[in-house]
Design a protein around this ligand. Structure first.
Ligand code: NDP
Length: 500
């Protein structure tokens, strides 16, 4: 280990503190693995306990801070993120690899959700409704749940922590977050922005370290009342099972295998533009990546030729160089997984038209770069059509009709995002009605969600909850129904029927 590398600590109770074991873990730039970003706390159970202690203590006061005042702190955090957007985006590109333009978008998502939830501080609406009895008042109100535990992935290292945190904070909860081991720096930057905005100590705590050593004790702590997780379906399933016996609120955002349908009447150039952005944005490492392109046979030849041409022209390299259009895989293991899937695709009979090889030339030598891959002649039963690859690989599956396209699209265990390219409004509405997914786009690819709409998936992508939008408030609040009787007697609902 390099002794002069910067050392980063946990953020607990408003202080930067080392892991109690003193252990550290390296964080390296995926575009250049000789670039050591720093050494981060490799925390364990004792650090999680300290963070939950702080969050539980802070909850006692934070829950009583009027929501509009909580909103003002979030608003200030949004402004601070705006001021530091360039700095935080560059640091994110260095640790995560996505190109600078996209890293700016990641910070922008944090800004957007901060302003959305800040405004919610003056709403957080409940319902008032007539009582069935005279001289009786009825309403419902949102209450905070308590300490929330977040476990987050590396692909949106500021946006995802921010989506969860801003919704939780405005509702009056406190937080302990475990960011992905590959991207702790962006989450620490987020903590810094919240601290500088005036968030009281203990309300937001970050404990860095591995899933098993930090995630597991967080899930098992009885004082943690909500677990919100974004990541793979396998880990999500394990978390769901672990939380079942204590009935914690569990919110899961997991994998995707998102289809774009391209009809024979589509504007093909527009569809190709959409597929390039949807499949290769963030190096395909998005839960919403367009990894299945279900194309009408009449359009398939032209679409596939143009797509492969465009993919082969994409500039792949270090995301800090503005002209590059696609960065590396997040780490060596992920790169190997993607290369394995390329071999699986070939052996299954799909035709690799372009890409799929590791890039090792100038500018690529020390990074985890793969040339963007386009497969043609796909079939719904292939593993590359069914399993989430999480890399720069997409597959064209030819079909004969809209009905067949929808059937193929829905033949997946996932249901996050979906899209159709068509100029026929009737076809667009049929697809909107019938595609089994939490998000649907017309003449756009499967990526590009906005923070004020609910985000989340059907089937094995999620467990029925939503992130972002006002739907997120339901994850982070308990409803309390309130009845106030001012009749001066005990009126019995359903039994005392008011007479004329
Ligand atoms: P993982 O599920 O491996 O990791 C996600 C988080 O869970 C990380 O912080 C990880 O820690 C932690 N973790 C891993 N194992 C455990 C465990 N046993 N107990 C508790 N925590 C654990 O996913 P990736 O980070 O590799 O992200 C890629 C996956 O996430 C893809 O499948 C993708 O589709 C999905 N994803 C879904 C999104 C959605 O909104 N639906 C958004 C983004 C990603 P550590 O980093 O230390 O391993």
């Amino acid at each position: 280990m390099t002794s002069h590398a910067p050392v980063f600590k946990n953020y607990i109770n408003g202080e930067w503190v080392p892991a109690q074991s003193g252990q550290l873990v390296e964080n390296r730039n995926p575009a250049d693995n000789t670039d050591l970003i720093g050494l981060f706390a490799a925390s364990g159970e004792a650090d999680v306990k300290a963070a939950v202690d702080a969050a539980a203590q802070a909850f006692k006061k934070w829950r009583l801070v009027p929501a509009p005042q909580r909103g003002e702190i979030l608003y200030r955090a949004g402004q601070i993120l705006k001021e530091r957007k360039e700095q935080y985006a560059a640091a994110m590109t260095r640790e995560m690899g996505k190109v600078l333009k996209e890293a700016r978008g990641d910070v922008q998502e944090a800004i957007d959700i901060a302003f959305l939830m800040a405004g919610e501080g003056r709403r957080l609406f409940g319902q008032t409704t007539p009582s069935e009895l005279p001289n009786k008042f009825a309403m419902s109100m949102r209450c905070p749940v308590g300490v929330c535990g977040f476990i987050t992935p590396w692909n949106f290292p500021m946006a995802i922590p921010a989506w969860k945190s801003m919704a939780a904070l405005i509702c009056g909860n406190t937080i302990v977050i475990k960011p992905a081991t590959d991207t702790p720096h962006s989450t620490l930057h987020f903590a810094e922005a919240l601290r500088d905005a005036g968030l009281p100590p203990g309300v937001f705590n970050v404990v860095t370290g591995s899933g098993s050593r930090v995630g597991t004790p967080l899930i098992n702590d009885a004082r943690v009342k909500v677990i919100s997780f974004t990541g793979s379906t396998d880990v999500g399933r394990r978390i769901n099972e672990a939380c079942a016996s204590t009935f914690k609120h569990v919110h899961l955002e997991m994998g995707g295998k998102n289809p774009i349908i391209v009809m024979d009447d589509a504007n093909i150039d527009l569809a190709v533009d959409g597929a390039i952005w949807g499949a290769f944005g963030t190096t395909g490492q998005r839960c919403t990546a367009s990894s299945r392109l279900i194309v009408h046979k009449k359009a398939a030849a032209e679409f596939t030729r143009k797509l492969a041409e465009r993919a082969s022209e994409l500039k792949v390299g270090n995301g800090l160089i503005e002209s590059n259009e696609m960065g590396p895989a997040i780490n060596e293991a992920q790169m190997k997984t993607v290369l394995d899937y390329i071999e699986i695709g070939k052996s299954e009979g799909a035709t690799l038209l372009t890409g799929g090889e590791r890039l090792t030339g100038p500018g690529h030598k020390n990074g985890w770069f793969i040339a963007p891959a386009v497969f043609a002649d796909g079939h719904r039963n292939m593993r590359i059509a069914r399993e989430e690859i999480f890399g720069a690989v997409t597959l064209v599956i030819p079909v004969d009709s809209l009905e067949e396209a929808i059937d193929v699209a829905n033949d997946s265990e996932y249901g996050l995002s979906s899209a159709i390219f068509t100029q026929d409004i009737n076809r667009a509405f049929v697809a909107m009605r019938d595609l089994e997914a939490g998000i649907f786009y017309v003449n756009l690819p499967t990526i590009g969600a906005e923070t004020h709409l609910p985000f989340g998936g059907w089937k094995q992508t999620g467990n029925g909850h939503r992130e972002a939008g006002l739907a997120a408030l339901d994850v982070f609040s308990e409803w309390k129904s309130v009845y106030v009787d001012y009749s001066g007697r005990i009126q019995k609902a359903q039994i005392d029927i008011p007479q004329d």
